[in-house]
Design a protein around this ligand. Structure first.
Ligand code: FAD
Length: 370
């Protein structure tokens, strides 16, 4: 396809772009058009030319680090890739700092940067892959912290109306791995995220799993008697490296299934059969069950349908053993197999976490989704 570069003089334009290396699941994917945006002005320029009768009237799909997407083999869409950079200190008081971060900043690098500056609060979210602009989409969370706990606002472009918006944390309607951005796909492009972080080095959240033990070991090695956010960050990096496969070595997109929330009566009856079932009571008398435990109990740890296999250490992670060749169809086959097995054994339907991208760039379900 030929494209008139005058539409967006400064944006980098690529036609028939290979995205197989731009998604951590390493699924084979060729996109019609990819537009890399290094400034908000480039997005304005580009969108001015994006009209119903222009040759670029395919769907718009926003792709950042590609760590939470399942891409189709042929993506007949215009893929917008936010690559705006910058971290700005907006305000500093004795006990907190307000910073604004551009969408293209790598998330983990941001966490390290803030902790090194003595700005704390993001350390529990260390080593989550992807870019900052994507973090609000599923309200990333780990080790007791969710993005919404630190986020103040988002600056985002509303694609259908071509207008810029300032959304407060309340406007984002965050939930567990959820937000307005996730619920209305192909609608927003987040360009900046505002955070409020604290400067109290004694305030740490290290009660999850073995974080405390590992953090204490690290603090001791550094000659510190009391835990600091730096120790927590190092502990979390260390634990995650032990537990999760590195997508650069074994392609994956993190947790593949959400932890299902079931009613108490089902949980109680399952508990009578499986006394070790792992569940966390929720405030509304439901129970969140560990999806990884269900998969492991069903004998599917290290199983699946080749080349998509659950990880041998972490059953919740589906890994791709045929990088750059496996396709969405392979993922769907393995996913449906696991969902069916779990349903037959526990009467629980697992839901997928990563975003399924259709061939036309819309977001939805697989053709043979169960
Ligand atoms: C090994 C591994 C571990 C992980 N661990 C965690 C974890 O602990 N907790 C957790 O919550 N997640 C985790 N994830 C999932 C993933 O890293 C996060 O969801 C991350 O925020 C996705 O960022 P990304 O830049 O890769 O987004 P992408 O995969 O590129 O995009 C994800 C979705 O966001 C949309 N999007 C992307 N950028 C923008 C933007 N600027 N504006 C609007 N929409 C946008 C896309 O259209 C898509 O729908 C993990 C993934 C992997 C591979």
């Amino acid at each position: 396809m030929t494209t008139d570069l005058h539409h967006a003089p400064n944006a980098q334009y690529d036609c028939l772009h290979d995205l197989s290396y731009a998604n951590t699941m390493a699924l084979a994917c060729i996109a019609d058009t990819v537009v890399t945006l290094t400034s908000e002005a480039q997005l304005d320029h580009f969108m001015a030319s994006y009209t119903d009768d222009s040759e670029l009237n395919s769907s718009l799909f926003v792709l950042s680090g590609g760590s939470n997407v399942l891409l189709p083999t042929q993506l007949q869409a215009t893929v917008l890739r936010p690559d705006m950079r910058g971290i700005t200190l907006i305000n500093q008081t004795q006990d907190h700092v307000d910073i604004e971060v551009m969408a293209g900043e790598n998330w983990h690098d941001l966490v390290i940067h803030t902790v090194n500056q003595g700005w704390y609060g993001l350390e529990n979210l260390a080593l989550i892959p992807g870019l900052t602009g994507a973090a609000p989409v599923q309200n990333i969370g780990a080790y007791g912290v969710q993005l919404e706990d630190r986020l103040q606002y988002v600056r985002a472009y509303h694609l259908p109306t071509k207008t810029w918006h300032h959304l407060t944390a309340a406007d984002c309607k965050f939930g567990y791995r959820d937000s307005i951005f996730k619920r209305t796909p192909n609608t927003w492009l987040i360009s900046r995220v505002g955070f409020r972080l604290h400067t109290d080095a004694t305030k740490v959240l290290a009660s999850y799993g073995d974080v405390q033990t590992v953090a204490q070991r690290y603090a001791k090695l550094q000659g510190r008697g009391q835990l600091t956010p730096i120790d927590v960050m190092h502990a979390i990096i260390n634990i995650r490296q032990q537990k999760l496969p590195n997508p650069a070595q074994l392609p994956n997109c993190g947790s593949f299934f959400q932890n299902p929330i079931i009613n108490l009566s089902l949980f109680t009856s399952l508990q009578s059969i499986y006394p070790n079932i792992v569940g966390y009571p929720m405030p509304d008398a439901t129970v969140k069950v560990a999806a990884g435990w269900l998969i492991e109990q069903a004998g599917l740890k290290g199983g699946g349908i080749k080349p998509i296999i659950t990880h041998k250490k972490q059953a919740l992670v589906l890994t791709n053993h045929s990088p750059y060749q496996a396709t969405q169809a392979d993922v769907l086959a393995a996913q449906n197999h696991i969902i069916n097995c779990i349903y037959e054994k526990f009467a629980i339907t697992l839901a997928r976490e990563p975003v399924w991208v259709n061939a036309d760039g819309t977001v939805g379900y697989g053709e043979h989704e169960v």
